[in-house]
Design a protein. Structure first.
Length: 495
């Protein structure tokens, strides 16, 4: 802890008790918390356990996946190339990736490096391709030309992971080194982030790593790490809070860290300048909890950062989530204050909730009472999801049967963007296979719609709806309610 003047109120009084209670209330196995103030590490600490049922505690050096908090590292990597004059923020993407192509020739010609980082391309999310296909980075980008738009170019905020992959590929094209190598050499090494990595493959031999957790059949259970090397620049960094404090200190010191100049002042300003209006109705903001919606007047996206006003201060923050992990990082530049929270359970907002409570403590607001408000809102969201499922159950036509014998639904289905999936007929039932990682059992729901129960049980249930042509032959399969951006339509390949 940093020294405090006698009589000065301690903004962290009661913190440990509040965190321990939050772990119980939120059924969170463990978390790590770090606070930087005035270039000093005020707190760097772990709470709870790395894995439920195991004694190993989380400490300040326990490594977690940070998900989309990675995006700021990718933006910084491009910023370094801007500082060197090798690229410009408003360079066309095709100036560096000549084969880059989107759905529309105009957009392909006009989209810039700045657009890659600011979620204004007009594209739908299209996350299924990297979650399950097994394609490498180059193939995902090649197939991006088949991803349809949802909005007009630069007209609307719409979160997009794959364009961060494109940004990482620009780094590789310009430097001749992979994004992973560049981040390791130009960011991790000067910051002393020796335990940090850009792939879960680096965790195989690590001794102090948090285990991901998710709710499975009503219980919190460990789940496997997901390898997302194919989309790494959007969300694959793993780190501990000790090393994240060095990243925070550099960001709060105008790009400098212990004698190293990583980013120029001009680039730092650009990273934290609003680029795309998000608005308070953006899905990411709705998930951010009651405090932000109550106190913010504007919300925008910069270059790898969400930007908003909060209790009279400008905040730069980002959250991240990947299977079984949730993270939040927030900066208050004018207060030289930064907070990082890493947790080992996803689909729970304890990380941003705790981040805001620390911010409140330092901004002179009652520090811990609204954690309960965040929890109440989270449980209300759970109840809404349950009601939605109950409504779908009520709408189900239970006295229907499939139009065809089950074996006639088996086959290979293809989408120009997502690639192929296969439906097999095994032991009198249908099984859906997508890539090497996704396998789901199909049970009849109604008509020609089947419920998909993924064998990776922490994944949300989905639906597969088959459509027949005029000859009574299955022609398409629509994969719905995936939680991966939108529904996906696959055409059956004739035998």
């Amino acid at each position: 802890m940093a020294n405090r003047e006698c009589g000065e109120p301690n903004p962290l009084q009661g913190l440990d008790a509040a965190v321990e209670q939050a772990l119980r209330d939120w059924q969170m196995p463990g978390l790590a918390l770090a606070i930087v103030k005035d270039d000093a590490v005020v707190l760097s600490k772990g709470y709870g356990v790395r894995e439920l049922g195991q004694p190993m505690p989380v400490d300040e050096r326990t490594v977690f996946a940070i998900g989309s908090v990675t995006k700021a590292f990718t933006a910084a990597a491009l910023g370094m190339l801007v500082d060197e004059g090798k690229v410009g923020w408003d360079d066309p993407v095709t100036a560096h990736l000549p084969d880059f192509q989107l759905y529309d020739p105009y957009v392909t010609r006009e989209i810039t490096l700045r657009d890659l980082l600011t979620h204004r391309s007009g594209l739908t999310r299209g996350d299924l391709i990297w979650i399950g296909s097994g394609f490498d980075r180059a193939e995902i980008l090649r197939r991006l030309r088949h991803l349809p738009p949802r909005w007009s170019f630069r007209s609307h905020y719409g979160y997009q992971n794959i364009l961060y992959l494109a940004a990482g590929q620009v780094v590789a094209a310009v430097t001749g080194r992979s994004w992973d190598e560049f981040v390791r050499e130009r960011i991790f090494t000067p910051l002393g982030m020796t335990d940090s990595s850009t792939s879960v493959t680096a965790l195989a031999d690590a001794a102090n790593v948090a285990t991901p957790h998710a709710e499975v059949d009503g219980q919190i259970r460990p789940v496997p790490y997901r390898n997302i090397d194919c989309i790494a620049p959007a969300g694959a960094i793993n780190a501990n809070v000790v090393e994240i404090t060095r990243w925070i200190r550099m960001l709060l010191a105008d790009g400098r860290y212990e004698g190293h100049l990583l980013l120029s002042a001009a680039t730092m300003t650009e990273l934290f300048t609003p680029q795309t209006v998000m608005g308070l109705e953006a899905p990411e903001i709705k998930a951010y909890g009651p405090q932000l919606r109550r106190h913010a007047h504007f919300v925008a996206y910069g270059l790898g950062w969400m930007l908003y006003d909060y209790r009279g201060r400008k905040i730069a923050s980002h959250t991240g989530a990947i299977d079984g992990m949730r993270a939040a990082l927030g900066l208050v530049p004018e207060e030289r204050l930064g907070v990082a929270v890493l947790t080992n359970r996803n689909f729970e907002n304890l990380a941003p909730a705790l981040m805001f409570k620390v911010l409140d403590a330092y901004l002179g607001v009652s520090p811990w009472d609204s954690l309960a408000e965040w929890l109440k809102e989270a449980r209300a969201a759970d109840e809404r999801a349950e009601r939605k499922w109950a409504a779908r159950e009520k709408e189900r036509a239970r006295d229907t049967t499939p139009s065809l014998p089950l074996e006639q639904y088996a086959g290979v289905y293809e989408d120009a963007y997502c690639g192929r999936l296969t439906v097999t007929h095994e032991d009198g039932a249908l099984v859906l296979h997508y890539g090497q990682s996704h396998c789901g059992d199909l049970t009849h729901w109604h008509y020609d719609t089947f419920l998909v129960t993924w064998r990776q049980r922490h994944l949300d249930r989905s639906f597969a709806t088959f459509a027949l042509n005029s000859k009574g032959v299955v022609e398409t399969l629509s994969l719905e309610d995936t939680g991966w951006g939108q529904d996906y339509l696959f055409n059956r390949i004739p035998e």
